[in-house]
Ligand binder design. Structure first.
Ligand code: FES
Ligand SMILES: [Fe+2]
Length: 437
């Protein structure tokens, strides 16, 4: 890439196309960590991952290693996973319980769950030398941490918009839509998650979630096989097949159907694709769910909640959420060409068990590493990354479809068709703003 483009990373993004360096260049990636992942809010985990005092989960914000934990007073904290003594990782497991305190495995300094120093072996060696209440000797907390409806985020920047301001209506909708479907207004995480390392840039994954052109092509064989199985099931049993088959068969919807969906671009790159699946059949499970919500909210509100039809909400740059099926995928960039995704799903508190079975079916059939759907997508991601890494063959990625036809009102961009590249343009507009800051 020419040097002047490193000095002006915004020039890599034009209104209808972006330079391949956005995906393939390690220096651009490092700048993304600095300007995007260390400046915005990043999803850490759900409060229900740490139900008891001493519970912890480790995770990443960019390259930083972080801990989500719960203290004896019930507070949930986000800490850097680093010992202030000699710098060792305090938690070397993915998750666990530290019964009373974190104990560094190297020299046994102990820390409370809020990061404060609890004890040091052989303290006399420090007497008159250092003050053990010095904040420098505590595990460092994330610069900021905030929670929205049980979903915990951290920002490694002291400054910036509050979490709610940053999420805005567009991204809050992801969590509201999950929680509102519970008669208790809350969800809880199902531990553990699947993890996939994708050999591709983190943006390729996010862009694909709102790429309504690809399903009928990429997932054609999977969708056809599922539709065949639906027919066989019906012929053999006379019953309606389980919804899991439909989740897969839907991938073969005709182009016209995909084109009729709305996409909405919100500030900070958060972007939404409307739903296409019929999730309210007249079966006993759906009816029981409706009744449980009606008992709490009345029929009108129940209907509003369950009529909300959203397929994906991208919380840019860190999440892809599918609220009606309680799915959440967290994006952890590792390198320009390597991305870890965590695939979580949630249980709606107080909802019938059959609603959870649907979530689990979608989790296994569509989002898990073993499904053909995911395999199809991963193959495309890798092919894109490999192509974008080539020296020759062209420098630009096209986002031209329906360019110039993105109506904007009060900072919200809508698409004229579901297949528009408006979502990609919206995300890259945010990218450009972050990277030019
Ligand atoms: S490095 Fe943690 S106690 Fe020494
Ligand atoms: Fe796909």
């Amino acid at each position: 890439m020419p040097l002047d483009q490193y000095n002006n990373l915004g020039s890599l993004v034009e209104p209808d196309r972006v330079h391949k360096a956005c995906y393939a260049d390690e220096q651009v990636f490092e700048k993304e960590l600095e300007n995007i992942f260390y400046k915005s809010w990043i999803y850490i985990g759900h409060e229900s991952q740490v139900p008891n005092a001493g519970d912890y989960w480790t995770t990443w914000v960019g390259k930083e290693r972080m801990i989500l934990c719960r203290g004896e007073n019930g507070d949930v904290n986000v800490l850097y996973n680093r010992c202030p003594h000699r710098g060792a990782l305090i938690c070397n497991n993915l998750n666990g319980n530290a019964p009373k305190a974190f104990r560094c495995p190297y020299h046994a300094w102990q820390f409370n769950m809020d990061g404060s120093l609890r004890n040091v072996p052989m303290k006399q060696g420090y007497e008159g030398v250092i003050d053990l209440t010095d904040p420098q000797l505590q595990m460092k907390r994330a610069e900021r941490q905030e929670t929205y409806r049980g979903f915990v985020f951290a920002s490694l920047s002291e400054e910036g918009p509050s979490l709610e301001e940053w999420l805005g209506q567009g991204a809050k909708a992801a969590f509201d839509d999950i929680c509102n479907r519970s008669p208790e207004g809350e969800c809880e995480v199902v531990v553990n998650c699947f993890r996939i390392i994708q050999h591709s840039n983190w943006k390729i994954f996010l862009e694909n979630q709102l790429d309504a052109v690809h399903p009928s092509i990429t997932h054609h064989s999977t969708g056809d096989a599922a539709a065949d199985m639906q027919r066989v099931y019906k012929e053999k049993t006379g019953d309606e097949p389980p919804m899991g088959y439909q989740f897969l068969a839907d991938f073969t919807l005709p182009y016209e159907k995909w084109d009729s969906l709305d996409t909405i671009g919100h500030p900070y790159g958060h972007t939404l694709l409307a739903g296409y699946m019929g999730l309210r059949p007249r079966d006993p499970v759906t009816i029981a769910h409706e009744e449980s919500l009606t008992a709490v909210h009345g029929e009108k509100r129940m209907d509003e909640i369950l009529s909300t039809n959203v397929h994906h909400v991208l919380v840019y740059p860190c999440l892809s959420v599918q609220p009606p099926l309680q799915q959440l995928r967290a994006v952890r960039p590792l390198a320009a060409n390597k991305t870890l995704t965590e695939i979580w799903h949630f249980r709606l508190k107080g909802a019938p068990e059959g609603i959870y079975d649907r979530s689990l079916a979608y989790y296994y059939h569509v989002n898990s590493p073993s499904t053909m759907v995911n395999a199809d997508d991963l193959n495309n991601f890798r092919a894109c990354q490999d192509g974008l890494t080539l020296e020759g063959g062209g420098d630009w990625v096209s986002f031209h479809r329906n360019y110039g036809q993105d109506p904007v009102e009060n900072g919200i961009t809508t698409s004229v068709t579901g297949m528009s590249k408006q979502p990609m343009r919206n995300m890259f507009a945010a990218w450009k703003e972050y990277m030019s800051a």
